[in-house]
Design a protein around this ligand. Structure first.
Ligand code: DOR
Ligand code: ZN
Ligand code: ZN
Length: 397
Protein backbone atom coordinates (compact mmCIF):
# COMPACT_ATOMS: atom_id res chain seq x y z
CA UNK A 1 0.00 0.00 0.00
CA UNK A 2 1.05 3.58 -0.60
CA UNK A 3 -0.18 6.40 1.65
CA UNK A 4 0.04 9.54 -0.44
CA UNK A 5 0.28 13.20 0.54
CA UNK A 6 1.25 12.79 4.17
CA UNK A 7 2.24 15.68 6.37
CA UNK A 8 4.85 14.37 8.81
CA UNK A 9 6.00 16.20 11.91
CA UNK A 10 9.68 16.04 10.99
CA UNK A 11 9.67 16.68 7.21
CA UNK A 12 9.02 19.61 4.96
CA UNK A 13 6.27 19.33 2.36
CA UNK A 14 4.10 16.30 1.67
CA UNK A 15 5.53 12.81 1.33
CA UNK A 16 4.32 9.34 0.45
CA UNK A 17 4.77 6.28 2.65
CA UNK A 18 5.31 2.95 0.95
CA UNK A 19 4.30 -0.05 3.02
CA UNK A 20 5.46 -3.57 2.31
CA UNK A 21 4.76 -6.65 4.37
CA UNK A 22 3.43 -4.64 7.27
CA UNK A 23 6.47 -2.40 7.50
CA UNK A 24 7.41 1.03 6.23
CA UNK A 25 9.59 0.39 3.17
CA UNK A 26 10.26 3.95 2.03
CA UNK A 27 9.27 7.54 2.71
CA UNK A 28 9.66 9.90 -0.24
CA UNK A 29 7.82 12.60 -2.13
CA UNK A 30 5.88 11.74 -5.30
CA UNK A 31 6.29 7.97 -5.48
CA UNK A 32 4.63 5.99 -8.29
CA UNK A 33 2.71 2.90 -7.26
CA UNK A 34 0.37 0.51 -9.02
CA UNK A 35 -1.15 -1.15 -5.94
CA UNK A 36 -3.57 0.06 -3.27
CA UNK A 37 -3.38 3.81 -2.62
CA UNK A 38 -4.67 5.73 0.38
CA UNK A 39 -4.70 9.50 -0.01
CA UNK A 40 -4.01 11.38 3.24
CA UNK A 41 -4.87 14.64 1.44
CA UNK A 42 -2.21 16.63 3.22
CA UNK A 43 -3.42 15.73 6.69
CA UNK A 44 -1.10 14.94 9.59
CA UNK A 45 0.17 11.39 9.52
CA UNK A 46 1.57 10.16 12.81
CA UNK A 47 2.78 6.97 14.43
CA UNK A 48 -0.09 5.15 16.11
CA UNK A 49 -0.46 5.59 19.83
CA UNK A 50 1.23 3.05 22.10
CA UNK A 51 -0.64 2.78 25.37
CA UNK A 52 1.42 0.86 27.90
CA UNK A 53 -1.33 1.18 30.52
CA UNK A 54 -4.55 -0.56 29.46
CA UNK A 55 -6.93 -2.65 31.57
CA UNK A 56 -8.69 -4.91 29.06
CA UNK A 57 -10.67 -7.02 31.62
CA UNK A 58 -10.39 -10.31 29.78
CA UNK A 59 -10.32 -12.92 31.13
CA UNK A 60 -12.76 -12.63 33.99
CA UNK A 61 -14.61 -9.32 33.70
CA UNK A 62 -15.79 -9.40 30.13
CA UNK A 63 -19.05 -7.60 30.93
CA UNK A 64 -16.90 -4.43 31.28
CA UNK A 65 -14.57 -4.97 28.34
CA UNK A 66 -13.33 -7.75 26.11
CA UNK A 67 -10.15 -7.94 24.09
CA UNK A 68 -12.29 -7.58 20.98
CA UNK A 69 -14.26 -4.49 22.09
CA UNK A 70 -11.25 -2.95 23.81
CA UNK A 71 -9.10 -3.36 20.72
CA UNK A 72 -11.86 -1.83 18.58
CA UNK A 73 -11.86 1.11 20.99
CA UNK A 74 -8.09 1.29 20.44
CA UNK A 75 -8.56 1.37 16.67
CA UNK A 76 -11.06 4.18 16.93
CA UNK A 77 -8.84 6.10 19.31
CA UNK A 78 -5.73 5.75 17.17
CA UNK A 79 -4.06 3.29 19.55
CA UNK A 80 -2.21 0.75 17.42
CA UNK A 81 -0.51 -1.07 20.31
CA UNK A 82 -1.79 -1.54 23.83
CA UNK A 83 -0.03 -3.18 26.75
CA UNK A 84 -2.44 -4.92 29.06
CA UNK A 85 -2.43 -4.75 32.84
CA UNK A 86 -2.39 -7.86 35.03
CA UNK A 87 -5.36 -7.24 37.36
CA UNK A 88 -7.71 -9.49 35.42
CA UNK A 89 -9.28 -12.67 36.74
CA UNK A 90 -7.21 -14.77 36.95
CA UNK A 91 -4.54 -12.15 37.55
CA UNK A 92 -1.54 -12.33 35.23
CA UNK A 93 0.82 -13.44 37.97
CA UNK A 94 1.69 -16.90 36.64
CA UNK A 95 3.16 -18.00 33.34
CA UNK A 96 0.07 -20.11 32.81
CA UNK A 97 -2.24 -17.09 33.11
CA UNK A 98 0.05 -15.11 30.80
CA UNK A 99 -0.04 -17.82 28.15
CA UNK A 100 -3.82 -17.97 28.30
CA UNK A 101 -4.08 -14.21 27.88
CA UNK A 102 -1.64 -14.41 25.00
CA UNK A 103 -3.78 -17.04 23.29
CA UNK A 104 -6.95 -14.98 23.76
CA UNK A 105 -5.27 -11.83 22.46
CA UNK A 106 -3.87 -13.50 19.35
CA UNK A 107 -7.35 -14.72 18.58
CA UNK A 108 -9.28 -11.54 19.35
CA UNK A 109 -7.27 -8.34 19.24
CA UNK A 110 -7.46 -6.22 16.08
CA UNK A 111 -4.52 -4.05 17.18
CA UNK A 112 -1.05 -4.98 18.39
CA UNK A 113 -0.68 -5.92 22.02
CA UNK A 114 1.70 -6.80 24.80
CA UNK A 115 1.61 -7.73 28.46
CA UNK A 116 2.57 -6.39 31.82
CA UNK A 117 3.07 -9.18 34.32
CA UNK A 118 1.82 -8.76 37.88
CA UNK A 119 3.87 -8.89 41.03
CA UNK A 120 1.89 -10.76 43.67
CA UNK A 121 1.77 -10.53 47.45
CA UNK A 122 2.63 -14.20 47.86
CA UNK A 123 5.93 -13.59 46.01
CA UNK A 124 5.81 -14.87 42.46
CA UNK A 125 9.40 -13.93 41.62
CA UNK A 126 10.04 -17.35 40.06
CA UNK A 127 7.12 -16.82 37.70
CA UNK A 128 8.40 -13.35 36.87
CA UNK A 129 11.77 -14.82 35.90
CA UNK A 130 10.14 -17.47 33.73
CA UNK A 131 7.73 -15.15 31.92
CA UNK A 132 8.73 -14.53 28.30
CA UNK A 133 8.47 -11.30 26.33
CA UNK A 134 6.78 -9.24 29.02
CA UNK A 135 6.94 -5.46 28.90
CA UNK A 136 7.34 -4.88 32.64
CA UNK A 137 6.33 -6.14 36.07
CA UNK A 138 3.42 -4.13 37.44
CA UNK A 139 3.37 -3.60 41.17
CA UNK A 140 0.59 -1.98 43.21
CA UNK A 141 1.80 -0.02 46.24
CA UNK A 142 -1.61 1.50 46.96
CA UNK A 143 -5.05 -0.01 47.18
CA UNK A 144 -6.89 -0.14 43.85
CA UNK A 145 -9.15 -2.36 41.74
CA UNK A 146 -8.16 -6.02 42.21
CA UNK A 147 -6.24 -7.63 45.04
CA UNK A 148 -2.68 -6.96 44.08
CA UNK A 149 -1.45 -4.61 46.76
CA UNK A 150 2.00 -5.55 48.09
CA UNK A 151 2.77 -4.31 51.59
CA UNK A 152 5.51 -6.75 52.54
CA UNK A 153 8.92 -5.17 51.83
CA UNK A 154 10.71 -8.47 51.64
CA UNK A 155 8.36 -9.70 48.93
CA UNK A 156 8.62 -6.36 47.19
CA UNK A 157 12.41 -6.59 47.18
CA UNK A 158 12.36 -10.05 45.64
CA UNK A 159 9.94 -8.89 42.97
CA UNK A 160 12.16 -5.94 42.07
CA UNK A 161 15.15 -8.24 42.01
CA UNK A 162 13.45 -10.69 39.64
CA UNK A 163 12.18 -8.01 37.25
CA UNK A 164 13.88 -6.13 34.46
CA UNK A 165 11.60 -3.12 34.51
CA UNK A 166 9.07 -2.24 37.15
CA UNK A 167 5.92 -0.26 36.59
CA UNK A 168 4.27 0.95 39.76
CA UNK A 169 0.96 2.20 40.94
CA UNK A 170 2.35 4.45 43.67
CA UNK A 171 0.70 7.55 45.08
CA UNK A 172 2.07 10.24 47.35
CA UNK A 173 4.82 8.94 49.62
CA UNK A 174 4.65 5.53 47.97
CA UNK A 175 6.36 7.19 45.00
CA UNK A 176 9.41 7.65 47.21
CA UNK A 177 9.24 4.03 48.31
CA UNK A 178 9.14 2.90 44.68
CA UNK A 179 12.13 5.09 43.84
CA UNK A 180 14.08 3.72 46.81
CA UNK A 181 13.46 0.13 45.70
CA UNK A 182 14.37 0.88 42.08
CA UNK A 183 17.60 2.50 43.18
CA UNK A 184 18.45 -0.31 45.56
CA UNK A 185 17.93 -3.02 42.93
CA UNK A 186 19.13 -0.84 40.06
CA UNK A 187 16.00 -1.28 37.93
CA UNK A 188 14.21 0.88 35.44
CA UNK A 189 11.21 2.41 37.18
CA UNK A 190 8.06 3.56 35.41
CA UNK A 191 5.75 5.62 37.59
CA UNK A 192 2.18 5.20 36.38
CA UNK A 193 -0.29 8.08 36.53
CA UNK A 194 1.66 10.74 38.39
CA UNK A 195 -0.98 13.30 39.26
CA UNK A 196 0.30 15.87 41.71
CA UNK A 197 2.97 18.44 42.26
CA UNK A 198 4.35 16.78 45.42
CA UNK A 199 5.02 13.59 43.45
CA UNK A 200 6.78 15.57 40.73
CA UNK A 201 9.00 17.06 43.42
CA UNK A 202 10.05 13.60 44.58
CA UNK A 203 10.92 12.67 41.02
CA UNK A 204 12.83 15.89 40.41
CA UNK A 205 14.94 15.25 43.49
CA UNK A 206 15.55 11.57 42.76
CA UNK A 207 16.57 12.19 39.16
CA UNK A 208 19.56 14.18 40.32
CA UNK A 209 21.39 10.93 40.95
CA UNK A 210 19.18 8.18 39.55
CA UNK A 211 18.24 8.51 35.91
CA UNK A 212 16.13 5.43 35.27
CA UNK A 213 12.87 6.96 36.41
CA UNK A 214 10.07 7.52 33.93
CA UNK A 215 6.87 9.44 34.49
CA UNK A 216 3.46 8.82 32.97
CA UNK A 217 0.47 11.15 33.01
CA UNK A 218 -3.10 10.17 32.10
CA UNK A 219 -5.54 12.28 30.09
CA UNK A 220 -8.00 12.37 32.98
CA UNK A 221 -5.46 14.00 35.28
CA UNK A 222 -4.89 16.62 32.57
CA UNK A 223 -8.47 17.34 31.56
CA UNK A 224 -10.50 16.86 34.75
CA UNK A 225 -10.09 18.21 38.26
CA UNK A 226 -11.27 17.45 41.76
CA UNK A 227 -14.00 20.11 41.73
CA UNK A 228 -15.73 18.20 38.94
CA UNK A 229 -15.61 14.89 40.78
CA UNK A 230 -18.75 12.76 40.88
CA UNK A 231 -19.15 9.11 41.81
CA UNK A 232 -18.61 8.20 38.17
CA UNK A 233 -15.37 10.16 38.19
CA UNK A 234 -13.75 8.13 40.95
CA UNK A 235 -10.48 6.48 40.09
CA UNK A 236 -7.07 5.74 41.63
CA UNK A 237 -5.25 8.06 41.82
CA UNK A 238 -8.23 10.36 42.41
CA UNK A 239 -8.71 13.60 40.50
CA UNK A 240 -6.65 16.48 41.88
CA UNK A 241 -7.21 20.20 42.48
CA UNK A 242 -6.62 22.48 39.50
CA UNK A 243 -3.27 23.60 40.97
CA UNK A 244 -1.98 20.05 40.53
CA UNK A 245 -3.51 19.81 37.08
CA UNK A 246 -1.66 22.99 36.14
CA UNK A 247 1.55 21.54 37.60
CA UNK A 248 1.17 18.49 35.35
CA UNK A 249 0.83 20.67 32.25
CA UNK A 250 3.84 22.69 33.32
CA UNK A 251 5.79 19.48 33.84
CA UNK A 252 4.99 18.46 30.25
CA UNK A 253 6.35 21.77 29.05
CA UNK A 254 9.48 21.39 31.17
CA UNK A 255 10.13 17.92 29.77
CA UNK A 256 9.61 16.13 33.09
CA UNK A 257 6.84 13.88 31.81
CA UNK A 258 7.90 11.00 29.62
CA UNK A 259 4.69 9.39 28.49
CA UNK A 260 0.96 9.60 28.13
CA UNK A 261 -0.80 6.45 29.34
CA UNK A 262 -4.56 6.10 29.27
CA UNK A 263 -5.13 3.91 32.35
CA UNK A 264 -8.20 2.75 30.42
CA UNK A 265 -10.06 1.07 33.30
CA UNK A 266 -13.63 0.44 32.18
CA UNK A 267 -16.48 -0.37 34.54
CA UNK A 268 -20.16 -0.29 33.53
CA UNK A 269 -22.31 2.68 34.54
CA UNK A 270 -24.46 0.31 36.59
CA UNK A 271 -21.39 -0.64 38.60
CA UNK A 272 -20.20 2.94 38.89
CA UNK A 273 -23.60 4.18 40.06
CA UNK A 274 -24.27 1.30 42.47
CA UNK A 275 -21.19 1.90 44.59
CA UNK A 276 -17.82 3.64 44.52
CA UNK A 277 -15.78 1.79 41.89
CA UNK A 278 -12.34 3.01 40.86
CA UNK A 279 -11.50 3.48 37.22
CA UNK A 280 -12.76 5.20 34.09
CA UNK A 281 -12.51 4.33 30.39
CA UNK A 282 -10.17 6.44 28.25
CA UNK A 283 -8.57 4.67 25.35
CA UNK A 284 -10.76 6.07 22.60
CA UNK A 285 -10.80 9.64 23.88
CA UNK A 286 -7.09 10.13 24.67
CA UNK A 287 -6.03 11.13 21.16
CA UNK A 288 -8.93 13.50 20.39
CA UNK A 289 -8.45 15.25 23.75
CA UNK A 290 -4.74 15.63 23.19
CA UNK A 291 -5.15 16.76 19.57
CA UNK A 292 -7.57 19.38 20.86
CA UNK A 293 -4.93 20.47 23.37
CA UNK A 294 -2.43 20.80 20.50
CA UNK A 295 -4.95 22.98 18.68
CA UNK A 296 -5.23 25.12 21.77
CA UNK A 297 -1.48 25.54 21.88
CA UNK A 298 -0.99 23.66 25.14
CA UNK A 299 1.70 21.40 23.64
CA UNK A 300 3.17 20.77 20.20
CA UNK A 301 2.22 17.87 17.98
CA UNK A 302 5.86 16.74 18.08
CA UNK A 303 5.79 16.64 21.89
CA UNK A 304 2.55 14.70 21.84
CA UNK A 305 3.97 12.09 19.47
CA UNK A 306 7.04 11.75 21.65
CA UNK A 307 4.85 11.16 24.72
CA UNK A 308 2.37 8.72 23.27
CA UNK A 309 4.61 6.74 20.92
CA UNK A 310 8.35 7.39 20.67
CA UNK A 311 9.13 7.37 24.40
CA UNK A 312 6.96 4.39 25.35
CA UNK A 313 8.70 2.40 22.59
CA UNK A 314 12.13 3.50 23.79
CA UNK A 315 11.55 2.99 27.49
CA UNK A 316 10.22 -0.51 27.02
CA UNK A 317 12.38 -1.52 24.01
CA UNK A 318 9.40 -2.24 21.79
CA UNK A 319 10.81 -3.57 18.54
CA UNK A 320 9.89 -1.66 15.38
CA UNK A 321 7.61 0.78 17.19
CA UNK A 322 7.44 4.48 17.93
CA UNK A 323 8.55 6.16 14.70
CA UNK A 324 7.56 6.66 11.10
CA UNK A 325 10.78 5.65 9.39
CA UNK A 326 11.84 3.00 6.91
CA UNK A 327 12.13 -0.36 8.65
CA UNK A 328 9.62 0.45 11.38
CA UNK A 329 6.23 -1.26 11.62
CA UNK A 330 3.43 0.34 9.61
CA UNK A 331 1.36 1.36 12.64
CA UNK A 332 0.08 4.68 11.41
CA UNK A 333 -2.75 7.11 12.00
CA UNK A 334 -4.10 9.90 9.85
CA UNK A 335 -5.55 12.74 11.89
CA UNK A 336 -7.62 15.71 10.85
CA UNK A 337 -6.56 18.62 13.03
CA UNK A 338 -9.40 20.79 11.71
CA UNK A 339 -12.27 18.42 12.32
CA UNK A 340 -14.56 19.41 15.20
CA UNK A 341 -16.85 16.87 16.79
CA UNK A 342 -18.46 15.98 20.09
CA UNK A 343 -17.47 12.98 22.19
CA UNK A 344 -20.62 11.02 23.01
CA UNK A 345 -21.54 8.00 25.10
CA UNK A 346 -23.59 6.59 22.19
CA UNK A 347 -20.50 6.48 20.01
CA UNK A 348 -18.25 4.68 22.46
CA UNK A 349 -17.30 1.22 21.23
CA UNK A 350 -15.73 0.06 24.49
CA UNK A 351 -18.02 -2.53 26.07
CA UNK A 352 -18.60 -0.26 29.07
CA UNK A 353 -20.47 2.12 26.74
CA UNK A 354 -19.63 5.49 28.28
CA UNK A 355 -17.01 8.18 28.54
CA UNK A 356 -16.32 10.73 31.27
CA UNK A 357 -16.02 13.24 28.42
CA UNK A 358 -19.57 12.81 27.11
CA UNK A 359 -20.70 16.08 25.52
CA UNK A 360 -17.22 17.60 25.23
CA UNK A 361 -16.46 19.24 21.90
CA UNK A 362 -12.99 18.64 20.54
CA UNK A 363 -11.09 19.83 17.50
CA UNK A 364 -8.88 17.08 16.10
CA UNK A 365 -9.97 13.63 15.09
CA UNK A 366 -8.46 10.27 14.24
CA UNK A 367 -9.55 9.66 10.65
CA UNK A 368 -7.78 6.42 9.77
CA UNK A 369 -5.93 3.77 11.74
CA UNK A 370 -3.44 1.46 10.06
CA UNK A 371 -2.02 -1.54 11.95
CA UNK A 372 0.75 -3.64 10.39
CA UNK A 373 -0.05 -2.02 7.05
CA UNK A 374 -3.79 -2.77 7.14
CA UNK A 375 -6.48 -0.11 7.42
CA UNK A 376 -8.54 -1.39 10.35
CA UNK A 377 -10.58 1.74 11.06
CA UNK A 378 -11.74 4.72 9.09
CA UNK A 379 -13.96 7.45 10.54
CA UNK A 380 -15.77 7.86 7.21
CA UNK A 381 -16.82 4.27 7.31
CA UNK A 382 -18.78 4.77 10.53
CA UNK A 383 -17.41 2.23 12.92
CA UNK A 384 -17.01 -0.66 10.53
CA UNK A 385 -13.86 -2.26 11.79
CA UNK A 386 -11.71 -4.34 9.54
CA UNK A 387 -11.07 -7.22 11.90
CA UNK A 388 -7.59 -8.37 11.06
CA UNK A 389 -5.66 -9.82 13.98
CA UNK A 390 -2.95 -7.71 15.56
CA UNK A 391 0.35 -9.17 16.74
CA UNK A 392 2.21 -9.30 19.98
CA UNK A 393 4.89 -6.66 20.22
CA UNK A 394 8.43 -8.03 20.54
CA UNK A 395 10.73 -6.76 23.23
CA UNK A 396 14.27 -6.08 22.10
CA UNK A 397 16.87 -7.98 24.18
O1 DOR B 1 -8.87 3.58 39.20
C1 DOR B 1 -8.20 2.57 38.93
N1 DOR B 1 -8.75 1.55 38.30
N2 DOR B 1 -6.92 2.54 39.29
C2 DOR B 1 -6.20 1.41 39.14
O2 DOR B 1 -5.06 1.41 39.49
C3 DOR B 1 -6.82 0.17 38.61
C4 DOR B 1 -7.96 0.49 37.79
C5 DOR B 1 -8.84 -0.69 37.47
O3 DOR B 1 -8.32 -1.73 37.12
O4 DOR B 1 -10.08 -0.53 37.53
ZN1 ZN C 1 -2.91 2.36 38.85
ZN1 ZN D 1 -4.16 1.26 35.84
Amino acid sequence: MLIKNCKLIDREGLVDILIQEGKIAKIEAGMEYSGEILDAQGKDVLPGMIDVHTHMREPGMTHKETIETGSMACAKGGVTTYIDMPNTNPATITVEALEEKRRLSEEKSIVNFGFNFGGSLDNNSDEIRRAQNIVATKVFLNISTGKMLIENDEVLGEIFEASEKVMVHAEGEMVQKAIDFARKYNKKLYLCHISQESELELVREARKDYKEIYVEVTPHHLFLNLEEQTQRLRMKPELKPQTDVDAMWRAIEEGMIDTLGTDHAPHTLEEKDAKVTFGIPGIETAMPLMLDAVNEGRLTLAKLVEMYSTKPAEIFNLKGKGRLEAGYDADIIIVDMERRYTLKNEEIVSRCGWTPFDGREVKGRVETTVVNGNVIYSADNEDKFNKINGREVKING
